[in-house]
Design a protein around this ligand. Structure first.
Ligand SMILES: O=P([O-])([O-])O[C@@H]1[C@@H](O)[C@H](O)[C@@H](O)[C@H](O)[C@@H]1O
Ligand SMILES: [Mg+2]
Ligand SMILES: [Mg+2]
Length: 291
């Protein structure tokens, strides 16, 4: 664990530096581009911040590998090998960033032998630095984090996202999931607009669970470790072992809450992050049945 502390501290330093660029642009006029759907946005700031993070890391650790959201969007192959790999979302919550909705995060995970060694989620507007090292606990601004430990789904507050999909199958699946959870009943549904912040709220105890279908490894790799190091549970939406490439996740305060959500939530078909995007008919997004 201590082996990667220096890397994590460097990641925290460059996340703070990148945040300055994001916050300066947050208030400025933005040129917005579309990726896989009318709600899947990217700006020049996303691209600039990712380039800045990768170049600073590469300068210090020239043998390390990268999986960056905007590098993959520009055509780079998404492949997680056993090499030390930085998994980066330069702005998680780009729709929020474009609208000046004050929740945007930088998410940086670091994996070796395909196992996440540390995760950093910096919620820039809030100035909250969430971090965890495998086996070392989870913290926000250096204060220890613990989940709520809630085991009763009927006493739970659940976070999710509607995501960028706008096809009927995805929208029907996601709204049906929300309706079926509310009918249990649960005490509420929330959506912050950034998967990374959604998920670290489970680590803080402020939410009892988060689930989503369609997000990507860079959205959640860091926050998944932060949740487990805070005493939480992270699974696939079908209740099986979490796989950051599957694009389906449940993070919860306890196993009973996670398993109850897995019983209710249904996924729509999604290509895995590590599947060849050429096999996908809409640029790497979730495939709909065209209903
Ligand atoms: O694109 P981005 O802002 O980095 O990441 C976003 C996620 O944080 C969000 O939870 C999801 O609903 C969006 O579809 C998008 O993936
Ligand atoms: Mg993201
Ligand atoms: Mg992003």
């Amino acid at each position: 664990m201590a082996e990667w502390t220096e890397c994590m501290n460097f990641g925290i330093t460059i996340a703070r530096q990148a945040s300055k660029v994001i916050l300066e642009a947050f208030r400025a006029k933005k040129d917005v581009m579309l990726k896989s759907s009318p709600a899947d946005l990217v700006t020049e700031t996303d691209q600039r911040v990712e380039k800045m993070l990768i170049s600073r890391i590469r300068e210090r650790y020239p043998t390390h590998k990268f999986i960056g959201e905007e590098s993959v969007a520009a055509g780079e192959k998404l492949e997680l090998t056993d090499s030390p790999t930085w998994i980066i979302d330069p702005i998680d919550g780009t729709v929020n960033f474009v609208h000046r909705f004050p929740f945007v995060a930088i998410s940086i995970a670091f994996a070796v032998n395909k196992q996440t060694e540390f995760g950093i989620v910096y919620s820039c507007v809030e100035d909250k630095m969430y971090r965890a090292q495998r086996g070392g606990g989870a913290f926000v601004n250096d204060v220890p984090l613990h989940t709520s430990g809630q085991e009763d789904i009927t006493k739970s507050l659940v976070v999710t996202e509607i995501g960028a999909e706008r096809d009927c199958l995805a929208l029907c699946t996601m709204t049906t999931n929300i309706m079926n959870l509310l009918a249990i009943p649960i005490q509420g549904i929330r959506a912050v607009g950034t998967a990374a912040v959604d998920m670290v709220l489970v680590a803080t105890g402020g939410a009892d669970a988060y689930y989503h279908i369609g997000m990507h490894c860079w959205d959640i790799a860091a926050s998944a470790l932060i949740v487990t190091e805070a005493g939480g549970v992270v699974l696939d939406t079908d209740g099986s072992e979490f796989d950051m490439m599957s694009r389906k996740v449940i993070a919860a305060s306890s196993m009973p809450v996670a398993k109850r959500i897995a019983q209710v939530v249904r996924a729509f078909p999604c290509t895995r992050d590590d599947e060849d995007p050429a096999r996908v008919n809409n640029g790497g997004h979730c495939i709909s049945s065209g209903l």
